[in-house]
Design a protein around this ligand. Structure first.
Ligand code: GLN
Length: 543
């Protein structure tokens, strides 16, 4: 089958769930036996989100091949199981930087370089490059129709739609149908205006998906169809849901995948089996037990900053048939030691990835609390580094232990690596490099010690996990820390970079230098999260 392209735009307001809609459509097409790949075009000028604060942009999702991407790519991976690559997310900044690089090299042979055709060509090339004979490419366009900065992307997909024709391309527009309390009515006008805006740039949507807090009556579907020039059954409702894993089920019930196949004139031979999704939803809605986990971090009032993490924890709950209640705690409150007692009510403590000194003392105190009270502790990246510094100070008597991330330090338990291996090549970095894209990024192998807790959890001694960090635990302290009870249970294959640590004699105290949350999926919960939640359940039985 030839590859079909489905472009997903959004209108009226942002945050309507375009990313989830794209991911859910991918999952539905897969459930009908088709292969899919989901991509995203982001209209901002940063080259990638790697340099943006999580408060600006939410989590930075890292792919196996080391791209720092939008968090929607995490949804795509979790819903479709297809590993994203650097060919799946691009920003206006990257497109322009490519075009300008070519201009400097003289590749345009003296021509005037313009948005149309040079920028739009670069966008089209990105959308259609690196394909693997997928049946469908779902391409989400970030931002909202009407934003100045989305225009080159909209122009590029308009051209592609024209070149491919409607048998190979389709446009889906996601809008909002608000309920006005005072009028007691659902309003279709914002949708009409948004579609008009889209038509103004030459794109006529083939389907309109309406985010709504209640079912959309047929009269309203007819009206939207009439004004937007589509059949009423191409008006799909996107109802608010209690769990995101209900989204594919709702979309299917409202005909999303059926209409997509109708558009392409593909006879829908196979009815999708959504039982696995129903099973996930049931186990989220009707768990047998529950545990509470404290997540001690920095951006705790912004759950999007830890999107994959909260999903991975809920997958750990699914694996154990338990509800996982998350207590988001800003580590800064532990500057005052008296507040630590709030941790005695939880069944596990997780310190996630993070950057910078602010709040680091509180993270170390949380690790110390878990260590001393025998509470399950899971330290991810920065959370591992803080646990190692804490153990060095408290168990190995290295009182000046610190991280060079916070400035020069007498005992650099955590320091900046300047060289490491990626496959057969040597990667080098100096302290003066650009800040963007210079971390140790993407999937690297690690070797786990036989019979360590972590090797038992993985059921394997060779693992492959995704990284995003600049600093490393210093291998030169291995002997001293191991003598004090902190095992360096996982190392890079050359034995130089500590990848995992665990505390001997503690029921569950693990630190990992990588981000396991990025690979967890609802149908395939990450073993570390399943095991951490299982340990928290054991803990809950003790209290
Ligand atoms: N700030 C730490 C480093 O750069 C940890 C990064 C992280 O947690 N992702 O090494």
């Amino acid at each position: 089958m030839k590859t079909r392209f489905i472009f997903i735009t959004g209108g009226v307001v942002s945050s309507l769930g375009k990313g989830l809609a794209s991911a859910a459509l991918g999952a539905l097409l897969q459930a009908r036996g088709y292969s899919v790949r989901v991509r995203k075009l982001d209209p901002y000028l940063n080259i990638d989100p790697g340099t943006m604060s999580p408060t600006e942009h939410g989590e930075v999702f890292v792919t196996d091949d080391g791209a720092e991407t939008d968090l929607d790519l995490g949804h795509y991976e979790r819903f479709t199981g297809v590993a994203a690559t650097k060919s799946d997310n691009v920003t206006t900044g990257r497109i322009y930087s490519e075009v300008l690089g070519k201009e400097r090299r003289g590749d345009y042979l003296g021509g005037t370089v313009q948005v149309i055709p040079h920028v739009t060509d670069a966008i089209k090339k990105f959308v259609t490059a690196d394909l693997n004979n997928e049946d469908f490419i779902i391409c989400e366009i970030g931002g909202t129709v009407g934003d100045i900065e989305s225009l080159p992307f909209l122009e590029a997909i308009r051209q592609l739609g024209n070149e491919l024709g409607s048998s190979e391309a389709m446009f889906i527009h996601l809008t909002l149908v608000p309920y006005l309390q005072a009028a007691g009515e659902l309003k279709t006008k914002p949708t009409q205006h948004s579609v008009k805006e889209l038509q103004g740039v030459g794109i006529r949507p083939d389907m309109v998906v309406c985010r709504c807090d209640r079912p959309i009556p047929n009269s309203h579907r007819n009206k939207i169809g009439l004004f937007c020039n589509i059949m009423p059954n191409a008006v799909i409702s996107a109802l608010d849901v209690d769990t995101i894993y209900q989204v594919p089920i709702n979309y299917h019930e409202d005909g999303l995948d059926t209409q997509v196949l109708n558009h392409f004139n593909i006879g829908s031979s196979k009815k999708p089996n959504l039982e696995p999704w129903r099973h996930i939803v049931r186990s989220i809605r009707e768990p047998e037990g529950e545990v509470s986990i404290a997540v001690v971090g920095k951006y705790t009032d912004l759950p999007d900053a830890y999107k994959s993490l909260s999903e991975a924890l809920s997958h750990g709950g699914i694996a154990n048939n338990a509800r996982v209640n998350l207590n988001w705690i800003s580590s800064e409150i532990f500057e005052n030691e008296d507040t630590l007692e709030i941790l005695s009510d939880v069944h596990g403590i997780l310190v996630p990835g993070g950057f910078g000194q602010r709040g680091s003392t509180g993270k170390m105190r949380a690790a110390q609390f878990a260590r001393e009270r025998l509470l399950p502790y899971f330290g991810i990246c920065f959370g591992m580094q803080m646990a190692v510094i804490e153990a060095a100070r408290s168990l190995a008597g290295i009182t000046d232990a610190g991280s060079t991330e916070f400035g020069p330090c007498a005992e650099p338990l955590v320091g900046m690596m300047t060289e490491w291996h990626k496959g057969d090549s040597l990667v080098r970095r100096t302290g003066q490099d650009n800040i963007g894209g210079t971390m140790r990024l993407g999937a690297y192998p690690a070797e786990l010690k036989n019979n360590s807790l972590i090797a038992n959890i993985y059921g394997n001694t060779k693992i492959f996990e995704r990284h995003r960090h600049r600093y490393e635990v210093n291998i030169n302290y291995k002997k001293e820390l191991e003598a004090a009870g902190l095992s360096f249970s996982g190392l890079s294959p050359d034995g130089l970079l500590p990848e995992t640590i665990e505390l001997i004699g503690h029921p569950w105290f693990i630190g990992v230098q990588f981000h396991p949350e990025l690979k967890s999926k609802p149908f395939d919960p990450h073993p570390l999260f399943s095991s951490f939640i299982a340990a928290a359940i054991d803990q809950s039985r003790l209290v």
